[in-house]
Design a protein around this ligand. Sequence first.
Ligand SMILES: [Zn+2]
Length: 224
Amino acid sequence: MAAGVTAALMALPLAAGCEAAPPPASAEWQQPFDRLEHNWEVTRGLGHLGIRLTVLTGNQTFACDGEGLTANYAGIAVYCRNERTVVVAESRFQSVARAAVQRGGTVEAARAILLGHEIGHRVDERIRGKLVASKETELRADCLAGEGLEDSGETVRPADAEAFYAAASLKPDQDQKAANPHGIAAERLKYFELGSSKGIKGDSDGCGVRGHALHQDGSIEPGI
Ligand SMILES: [Zn+2]
């Protein structure tokens, strides 16, 4: 598509590093982000992750992996590899958080799970040395979110995770409707819970980041 070509061409100037600094995130975002990052870096011993956070509001934009994201970005958040930056679309998050609250969750937990997922992409990239866009990569990030929230100081109950994944699976114009309990939300929740209970503690590779294949049933096998 023409749009793809444009995006690829526009990616070139990024290396120059002359993009304007991203707008700083508010404390309600930055503090849980810092706690989650610290949990991986220090408590779980991964070392410096070198990631930043930006939260887009109003007409703000951010150049992410060669594409200009806006505050109205269709997704809730994204991890930009080139910029090592987690970008959140605030208005989209607020919509998802409202839907999560309607389902018995809290805004704070929704924020923590969202950040946990995006930071999970960086953890995955750090351990595996690469990040390939795929469904498995997304499920691995959900799994790593579950693990990264353990001992992080964030309060996330099982009901919060259930509410968040149900809300996040809704289309932007679907907020008041019931989510399909057997669809994407249930699968994502399963991997989140797998990370919470098993994760990559010690020699465990429950999230499949150390060369093991990640299976739907949560089992692992020696990978390629
Ligand atoms: Zn993701």
